[in-house]
Write a protein that binds this ligand. Structure first.
Ligand code: FES
Length: 338
């Protein structure tokens, strides 16, 4: 038994299975609705019901207030349909979004490597290919860990039957502890994807700046590998921030890409460089490296930021002071998978 939801203003009609939420049905049909927590607590996925009957599900009273309920607002991540329904959603359809539908996949762990003392590289082989845009992420289920966890894909879309993840150990975090301490080669995992709106806006002109911190390198790595494989001729600069040399991973990969592609420049920055007396590169925070490289003037470029919130905030301030507008800056705050 299913019902139909019509999503305005785009006029898209989607089948919603019994028990499926509006959000699940939309993502699985390749229609992106804004969301964050996915379980009724943040309010990001609020939509207006204009026609039909909906079960509100587990919407929290903070995320959806009584007055909003009376106005017909619902949370798409919790709401299921009791009839055919029409909703109005705040959808900003981006012309560069390819809209690959979210699907379920099974995968086998093929390799686990230590990228740094705190970050593991986890490689999976998918049972079938997954179409995605560079920069997007997947949700993984782990044994004995409640709920799924989001991790960005570090492999380019051309390696569609693989998944490469960079996973930092979060102290006390059930999922990352499991991955660091128990996950082993040969294990089978269930995952879904692709998710997310962090991808290169190819139709927008301008040279590209990537600023990455910690395991936030994963999305920029996928995007840069993809751009260079497509012979994109824009100037691309990657600023990679780490505390010290041990934490600066995949440096050889990017140094090699910089040697092979004259339009790609790699600038690593160590914030605690005093620990590594041999370090000849930039000493300081990654946003300061970007400021120094561009003489504090960024106008005409597009910037993609991925890393922990303090890094994103500092980079954002630096870029905007250097004449980039908000519309020129795209970011993925660290997905807080613990
Ligand atoms: Fe957070 Fe729906 S996504 S409430």
């Amino acid at each position: 038994m299913s019902h139909t939801v019509t999503i305005e203003p785009i006029g898209e009609q989607i089948e919603v299975e019994d028990g499926q939420t509006i959000l699940q049905a939309a993502l699985r049909s390749g229609v992106w609705l804004p969301f964050a927590c996915g379980h009724g607590t943040c309010g990001t996925c609020k939509v207006q019901v204009v026609d039909g009957d909906v079960d509100l599900g587990e919407a929290s009273s903070f995320a959806l207030m009584d007055s909003e309920r009376e106005e017909g607002k619902v949370l798409a991540c919790c709401a299921t349909l009791e009839s055919d329904v029409t909703i109005e959603a705040d959808i900003d359809v981006d012309e560069d979004f390819e809209g690959y539908p979210v699907e379920d996949y099974q995968a086998t762990v093929t390799q686990i490597v230590d990228l740094s003392p705190t970050i593991k590289g986890v490689h999976l082989k998918l049972d079938r290919r997954m179409a995605f845009q560079a920069g997007q992420y997947i949700n993984i289920d782990l044994p004995d860990v409640e709920g799924s966890r989001a991790f960005s894909l570090a492999n380019p879309p051309s390696r569609a039957d693989e998944v490469e993840l960079h996973i930092r150990l979060v102290e006390g975090g059930a999922a990352t502890s499991y991955i660091h301490q128990q996950l082993k080669e040969g294990d089978r995992l269930n995952l879904s994807g692709p998710y997310g709106q962090f991808f290169v806006r190819s139709s927008q002109p301008g040279d590209l700046i990537f600023i990455a911190g910690g395991s936030g390198l994963s999305s920029p790595q996928s995007m840069i590998l993809d751009l260079l494989a497509q012979d994109d001729d824009r100037q691309i600069v990657l600023f990679q921030g780490a505390r010290n040399l041990e934490e600066l991973y995949n440096r050889e990969l990017f140094e090699g890409l910089a040697r092979d592609h004259e339009n790609f420049t790699y600038v690593p920055a160590l914030s605690q460089a005093e620990e590594d007396v041999s370090w000849q590169g930039f000493k300081g925070y990654v946003h300061d490296a970007a400021k120094a490289h561009f003489d504090e003037r960024f106008s005409g470029r597009k910037a993609y930021l991925c890393g922990p919130p303090p890094m994103i905030d500092a980079a954002l301030t630096a870029l905007m002071r250097g004449r980039l507008f908000e519309r020129d800056i795209f970011m993925e705050k660290f997905l807080t998978a613990a």
